[in-house]
Design a binder for this molecule. Structure first.
Ligand SMILES: [Zn+2]
Ligand SMILES: [Zn+2]
Length: 205
């Protein structure tokens, strides 16, 4: 009879802190579940953030510092293809590819967001137990949920700028970015390298 038959501790696949007997902390998994439950609702709420005068910021004073920034550009980014859809849709399609499931051909971004969140939520246990990129999934879900919440609550967040990767993909960075990796070509840029990339042309969504 061994006294040390308790499961070994190992680093959590999401947060790297020790966890015993599981690959991902229950709390880390819960965090992902919360994001997946919130995102379809946040997607709809962001539509309101696109209507001028609905943000409760008070009247815009022309010429005052900061007022020249279009207030709802970030909401538009999150609602367009590649915003919230890019995160949850990308990972949901990845999951379906792995499992050889059919991917429904939804036309609207909202339908893709709804479908993706429900697929990821229904398979969250498998993702946490097995998916090699569970850390990226968790971080991207957390980040996009925080961005959406910040816009909806009117909280100030660091300004994001679009820069062009050498492969042509637009990467969103903040002035205090620690670095960024291009999801298309896997190029890795440090802080100053990222900020030296050429500014991306803004395309209509
Ligand atoms: Zn954890
Ligand atoms: Zn690239």
């Amino acid at each position: 009879m061994y006294l040390d038959d308790a499961p070994e501790t190992q680093p959590c696949a999401v947060c790297d802190k020790p966890v015993r007997g599981e690959r991902v902390h229950r709390g880390c998994r819960q965090h992902m579940a919360d994001a997946l439950r919130q995102l379809p609702k946040l997607y709809r709420q962001l539509a309101e953030a696109l209507i001028p005068g609905r943000r409760g910021d008070g009247p815009a004073v022309s010429g005052s510092p900061g007022s020249s920034m279009p207030p709802n550009e970030d909401a538009l980014d999150l609602r367009s293809r590649g915003g919230i859809e890019g995160v949850v849709g990308g990972w949901a399609r990845d999951l379906c590819d792995r499992e050889r499931w059919d991917i429904p051909a939804y036309q609207s971004v909202q339908a893709i967001v709804d479908w993706s969140c429900s697929v990821l939520l229904a398979n969250l246990a498998v993702i946490c137990d097995e998916h090699p990129a569970v850390k990226e999934i968790a971080h991207e879900l957390g980040k996009v949920t925080a961005q959406a919440n910040a816009i909806i609550t009117g909280e100030k967040q660091p300004r994001r700028i679009g820069v062009s990767c050498t492969c042509g993909r637009t990467l969103k960075v903040t002035l205090d970015t620690a670095g960024v990796r291009c999801p298309d070509c896997s190029a890795q840029y440090g802080h100053s390298e990222a900020l030296r990339l050429p500014l991306a042309e803004r395309r209509a969504a």
